[in-house]
Design a protein around this ligand. Sequence first.
Ligand code: 5CA
Length: 451
Amino acid sequence: MRLTQYFLPVLKEAPREAEIASHQLMLRAGMIKQQSAGIYSWLPLGLKVLRKVEQIVREEQNRAGAVEVLMPTIQSADLWRESGRYDDYGKEMLRIQDRHERDMLFGPTNEEMITDIFRTYVKSYKDLPLNLYHIQWKFRDEVRPRFGVMRGREFLMKDAYSFDLNADAARAAYYRMFVSYLRTFDRLGVKAIPMRADTGPIGGDLSHEFLILADTGESEVFCHSDFSKKTVPDAGVDYSDDALIAGIVDDWTSGYARTDEMHDEALWAEVPEDEQLNARGIEVGHIFNFGSKYSEPMGAKVTGPDGKDVPVEMGSYGIGPSRVVAALVEAGHDENGIIWPDSVAPFDVGLINLRSGDEVTDAACDDMYAQLSAAGLDVLYDDTDGRAGGKFALADLIGLPWQLIVGPRGLKTGEVELKARASGERHTVSIDAAINQLTAWHVDSRKRFGG
Ligand code: 5CA
């Protein structure tokens, strides 16, 4: 993509209402635009990252055996009256009437609707286990939407719903999602720690939140320092092996890890002081097992092997891709801007032409742009006629993994400069060496993050 043909409306300064780094940087980098409180447009650079996050989430859901559907954003109030949540949900639910004065709502979550789909089609235990998910916009009329897309009113959620014959099978389904979340966040380039959680209005007795550590996180977390050293199962993990999956969950839940809501001082005191990690975190995922809370009132039953009908056992599993984008910025930035993980960076390389309009420099840049693109790298080519300082600042702000800096002086000896955004290291290399290094990095990072 040539910058002169792109739409990247960067701001010199972040609006004053942006309190935390991720909100400031996402506005400055032209990723999002606020439309009203807690409601945002996603501009091209932001949308690119959001789509990459979404795709990693999707691939790991599919790998764990979940099947994608797409449910509407607008739901009928009648479904929610069946579960009793239409009255319980309170002011967070955006209630709407259509022209026939029928009560509708903008979905804050989809337990009722997925239960309705299930009861329409599935009648026998032979069709289980089943896990259906979608990635769809939600609306919650939060009292205090803040921090940009971190706590929005309209936000994107991946929500999966599992259906099983009995509690043991439902637990195995819960564990599969647990492991898929470990893999998802690993591929997203962050450490997310699973913590025992409260179930809130979703209900149930088994629940974990996944938190990314960041100083501005809304939750206080208490966990064993070992969590930062644990390894995540690789792409070959066998989701059909219940014992193996349970073993992984066991390992990841054996140490103390709780948020302030569930914190237990007595248990915490048993963790040796030099192994206690007390920090702040952002909740990016939340999984629940809630048995027959919805299937019973809504009549979602299956016939078991003994010929008897039983309400199906359910769980739900959420990740907020739009919040994840903000959390990645919160966890990855410095005073100059964003530092994206390789796997979700909006482009791989920023190609910086230090003398646009100069024939030799333009030709060299065009050639490198073509070569890198042919090798599969996504390049943002700064072909504007701006000054070098502004181009460097922009490249640092938007945080692409690499900057390839090309100017007339270096070209005299066939040399360019390559800068790694994360470390800030820069070195002068020949054009071929730069292309080779970036191509090798690309192949390697696909191996590491491509799953
Ligand atoms: N139905 C269940 C799980 S599918 C559910 O709604 N869970 S939740 O309430 O915990 O939300 C799931 C995820 O959505 C959260 O972990 C978070 O990543 C994201 N999320 C929730 N509220 C917001 C919000 N206001 N803004 C941005 N993301 C949000």
